[in-house]
Write a protein that binds this ligand. Structure first.
Ligand code: PMP
Length: 297
């Protein structure tokens, strides 16, 4: 993730990653009381480097902090400019950018009165790989929204994701799929889920999921491409009857699913709507034009 030359942004300054320090008595380290974002920069068709949906990500960072009472005294335009500067100083074009808001020393369980911000970046390929994923229904549920502000992209929440991913890997699967507290399908440890059935796309509504920015982009693309889409709750059994399915997220982008709990989806990925959306997503982040007809021809 970094080497001796890596530069990061910390509270308004650009520092060498190896020289930047933090306190060991912070609430973030001890209680997982921190908030982060995952953003991608792409080298677009005209050669310009663009941070995809930068405003949306920093708006969510702010909201994530507000939801868990971490002060957010940052200017999002300045933070977006800092992302570009970090990329430039590290000679990066396509990269994953990680803003992290964390809290100063305090061992109590009182809400923070100050916060710090780090922005770092590294080169990262498709997080879940390019090949179709074999996923399993996790024995871990997503956290109950009554127990946490689940729409806050909070560090502590990700222990749940680590447990689910680890269980899936231990059992020989590529990734996990977690249900919500009512037994409906929620999301992956770091991605939202969509499925295709009879020419229509479905995804769980907000409520028990992280409202992903990639999810919003995929929904936008469905509208643009006139692919019917419905947000609704569904069970694992309904998902197993789907024609095809995919995960999406900033790090994972759009990635097709081969099977769930060993049951293979009926439709070949190559002829699925997910594949069309995968290509449309790639075109969108690269600011290339995309013609669905051309894809299907
Ligand atoms: N759900 C979870 C639990 C995630 O961690 C992520 C990744 N941030 C997503 C969904 C997808 O969100 P986004 O598209 O904004 O990256």
């Amino acid at each position: 993730y970094y080497n001796n030359d890596t530069i990061l942004y910390l509270d308004g300054e650009y520092l060498k990653a190896t020289a930047a320090t933090t306190d060991l008595f912070g609430q973030s380290l001890h209680y997982g009381y921190a908030v982060f974002e995952g953003i991608r920069a792409y080298k677009t068709a005209n050669g310009e480097v663009k941070v995809f949906k930068a405003k949306e990500h920093f708006d969510r960072l702010k909201r994530s902090c507000e939801l868990i009472h971490i002060p957010y005294n940052f200017d999002n335009d300045e933070l977006i400019a800092a992302c570009y500067k970090v990329l430039e100083m590290n000679n990066m074009e396509e990269a994953y950018i990680r803003p992290l808001v964390f809290c100063p020393p305090n061992m109590t369980l009182k809400a923070a009165s100050k916060s710090n911000i780090l922005i770092c970046a590294w080169e990262w390929g498709a997080y879940l790989g390019e090949k179709l994923l074999r996923i399993m229904t996790s024995s871990f549920e997503r956290p109950n929204p009554k127990a946490f502000q689940i729409e806050s992209k909070s560090a502590g929440l990700y222990v749940n994701s680590i447990l689910a991913s680890q269980e899936a890997k231990q059992k020989g699967y590529d990734e996990a799929l977690l249900l919500d507290m009512n037994g409906n399908v929620a999301e992956g440890p770091g991605a939202n889920i969509f499925f295709e059935k009879d020419g229509k796309i479905f995804t769980p509504p907000p409520g028990n999921i992280l409202p992903g920015i990639t999810r919003a982009t995929v929904i936008e693309l469905c509208h643009e491409l006139q692919i019917p889409l419905e947000e609704k709750l569904f069970t694992i059994d309904e998902l197993k009857q789907a024609d095809a399915a995919f995960f999406c997220g900033t790090a994972a982008e759009v990635v097709g699913l081969e099977s769930i709990d060993g049951q293979t989806f009926a439709k070949p990925w190559a002829s699925s709507l997910g594949k069309v959306l995968q290509q449309a997503y790639k075109a969108k982040v690269l600011e290339k034009t995309f013609q669905r007809e051309a894809q299907l021809a």
